[in-house]
Design a binder for this molecule. Structure first.
Ligand code: AMP
Length: 286
């Protein structure tokens, strides 16, 4: 069956009503488009657990901070349709900004979903103030529109995954969040739509981000549990021209900072290569 593209909320709801009449289960994969194999792995997972896979392709303006890349974010719907089709997606929901936010010109008119400050005042949330408010708001809207049984999120955006899981639990949302592994290029670089911005030279520098994380993982396996020492290992492996925003160690279950690793810990990096902000992480399993 070929994929159906819908732009209107009402149209999507009508399709969903039909799926529900046929007792079909639904998995949702929220995306901003410019789909790559990382997204594809989420869609394939969705396809394997539910009768119908719906993806959203929406560059969500309210999750971008002033001065970020909202305007230049790559929009590649034709290619996205092909990728989605090859992954067994039934419906692509690609709304306009005014369809999702009829009042966006009056920003303060939008009801927002806001995660706890202590969990956003670290890592990505610290430099991208308000980013996760925008993410949780759009994801809540998508959950309300689609009412999926499952929603797949990548471990690439590990803080986002943690906050979405917490939101669903805290607000009793009737959806199962399905975490999906981070997908990399063969050379180790974490797949990202923003890799499109990198020149060949910048790609070589960007590779040192995953190299640092792998070196940390290796040292951890050799017995180093002190995160200060592991931090230094990471820094030594990072290209001098890569500007580190953070290199943090947080507990896998609580997202609290860790000094001495005793339980599963996320080691996460955000760094800039030229103008391009990239994130990556590994799990240090105890
Ligand atoms: P985005 O389009 O960047 O908002 O991402 C949409 C979803 O795809 C999110 O759940 C991301 O975590 C996930 N994703 C993006 N890149 C990767 C990757 N390299 N591996 C796994 N999941 C990814």
């Amino acid at each position: 069956m070929s994929v159906v593209v819908v732009n209107k909320i009402d149209e999507l709801r009508n399709l969903i009503k039909d799926f529900r009449k046929q007792d079909k289960t639904i998995a949702l994969v929220p995306t901003m488009g410019c789909l790559h194999n990382g997204h594809k792995s989420l869609m394939e997972k969705a396809h394997s657990i539910a009768d119908v896979t719906i993806i959203s392709v929406f560059v969500n303006p309210i999750q971008f901070c002033p001065g970020e890349d909202y305007d230049k974010y790559p929009r590649t719907l034709q290619n996205d349709i092909e990728v989605a089709e090859s992954a067994g997606v039934s419906v692509i929901f690609a709304p306009s900004v005014s369809e999702m936010y009829p009042n966006l010109n009056k920003f303060s008119d939008i009801t927002m979903v806001v995660p706890p400050y202590e969990l956003t005042d670290i890592m990505c949330g610290k430099s991208r103030v308000g980013h996760f408010d925008g993410v949780e708001t759009v994801v809540t809207k998508l959950f309300n529109i689609v009412q999926p049984d499952y929603a797949c999120f990548g471990m690439k955006d590990i803080q986002q995954l943690f906050l979405i899981k917490k939101m669903v639990k805290d607000l009793n949302m009737p959806v199962e969040i399905v975490p999906c592994p981070l997908v990399r290029e063969e050379n180790g670089l974490a797949l990202s739509s923003r890799n499109k911005y990198l020149s060949d030279d910048e790609k070589v520098k960007a590779l040192t981000i995953s190299k640092s994380l792998f070196a940390i993982k290796e040292s951890f396996k050799l017995g180093i549990k002190d995160t200060k020492k592991l931090f230094d290992v990471g820094l030594t492996n990072l290209d001098k021209n890569v500007e580190l925003e953070y290199l943090e160690f947080v507990d896998f279950d609580t997202f609290q900072k860790v000094d001495d690793i005793k339980s599963n810990t996320i080691c996460a990096i955000a760094a800039r290569v030229g103008d391009v902000r990239l994130i990556d992480n590994v799990i240090l399993e105890v």
